[in-house]
Design a protein around this ligand. Structure first.
Ligand SMILES: *Cc1c(COP(=O)(O)O)cnc(C)c1O
Length: 394
């Protein structure tokens, strides 16, 4: 049986063209970019070209504004800890949202143990941050704001440009985690008005373990990794040349096909959402109906457990994800779903299906074929569910 992969927000398969672009740097072109002889200079050239290509796609004014990292998590950590430690004489207050990825959320929590104060701005029931709430949270001590461009669980896209207008007037540093948007919807650092922006190659059909942080010219950051002078003394360590070359190739390809791919996925997404809501009672859509990622479907089914649903889908050949954090070994629903104001028991029944460039209409229809039966079967096993009454008190 063919598998149906609907977890592209977790990771994407690497494109064959990306592998092709990487192979020479995994085989014969093994030079260290810091070496001054021919092999080293060849590797340096590949690195420079990749940096240049990435800077252009993001609208950066110089390739020097791109710092290569080991992925999205490191980029988020470098932006937040790097800026906080560099600015700690100016103030100690950081603002972030209640629905950030753990790479931002836990980093801010860590900084609280080191003398920083963190304000979590709430979101509305669609998961959208109100720019006025960010403005209201500002204090004379505020040194940094970090709000993600789009959420990985519920797909909501934030009004980053509006928030940046407020922060620019006051000269406050603004970082966005754009790991879910780069390569999927237009991302231009000047249009967004951000000072720092995180991206990760494996979320746009590049290799795992490589990413970048865009850092606007003139911004000081403390490095997290000390050692050599690579990446303008901001990130020590011999660069992942093949990975970086692959990331640049993947980004250029994704940017080139976005104009067709994003509307195609949006159409499939809406077909899936409408099909689920029409066929399965006691279901709600998480996130905003329009201000959402082209490939994101997130729903909650009342009276069931997300994990049981995932296992049943897997047996039917479908790879999906849930917001209840089974991976972390806890049964707590995700902080994102709770921040929307969902009660615990509903947040437990969440399902995330994220589409990609390989997703077909036939796959969407196959999911719509099997999902209602699985949900009904699980509900029959739930003590809270009364099929005849249609619903029941919680
Ligand atoms: C995947 C993801 C990350 C982490 O990126 P890695 O490259 O896996 O470390 C950070 N933020 C968001 C929003 C993500 O989706």
């Amino acid at each position: 049986m063919n598998r149906i992969y609907l977890d592209h927000a977790a990771t994407t398969p690497m494109r064959p063209e990306v592998l092709e672009a990487m192979l020479p740097y995994l085989r014969e072109q093994y030079g260290n970019p810091s070496s001054i002889y021919t092999e080293g200079r060849e590797a340096r050239k590949a690195l420079d070209r990749a940096r240049d290509r990435i800077a252009k796609v993001l609208g950066a004014s110089s390739p020097r504004e791109i710092i290569f990292t080991s992925g999205g998590s490191e980029a988020d950590n470098l932006a937040i800890k790097g800026a906080a430690f560099a600015l700690k004489n100016k103030g100690n207050h950081i603002i972030t949202s209640a629905i950030e990825h753990h790479a931002v959320y836990d980093t801010c929590r860590y900084l609280e143990k080191h003398g920083f104060k963190v304000t979590l701005v709430p979101v509305d029931s669609y998961g959208i941050v109100d720019p006025a709430a960010v403005e209201a949270a500002l204090t004379p001590e505020t040194i940094l704001v970090s709000i993600m461009h789009a959420n990985n669980e519920i797909g909501t896209i934030q009004p980053i440009a509006e928030i940046s207008k407020i922060l620019r007037e006051r000269g406050i540093l603004f970082h966005t985690d754009a790991v879910q948007t780069v390569g999927h919807i237009p991302v231009d650092v000047d249009e967004l008005g951000v000072d720092m922006l995180s991206l990760s190659a494996h979320k746009f059909y590049g290799p795992k373990g490589v990413g970048a942080l865009y850092v606007r010219k003139g911004i000081r950051l403390h490095p997290l990794i000390h050692g050599g002078g690579q990446e303008q003394n901001r990130r020590a360590g011999t660069e992942n040349v093949a990975g970086i070359v692959g990331m640049a190739e993947a980004l250029v390809l994704a940017a080139g096909e976005m104009g067709e791919e994003a509307p195609r996925q949006r159409e499939l997404r809406d077909r899936l959402i409408q099909g689920i809501l029409a066929r399965i009672p006691h279901t709600r859509l998480n996130g905003h109906p329009e201000k959402r990622l082209p490939g994101n479907v997130s729903v909650c089914f009342e009276y069931i457990e997300g994990e049981a649903l995932l296992l049943n889908l897997d047996m039917q050949g479908i790879a999906a994800s849930s917001g209840s954090a089974c991976t972390s070994g806890s049964l707590e629903p995700s902080h994102v779903l709770l921040a929307l104001g969902l009660p615990h028991e509903i947040a437990h029944g969440s399902l995330r299906l994220t589409l990609g460039r390989g997703t077909t209409a036939a796959e969407i229809d196959a999911v719509l074929e099997v999902l209602p039966g699985i949900v009904e079967k699980l509900r029959q096993m739930s003590p809270l569910y009364d099929a005849n009454a249609g619903c029941k008190a919680h």
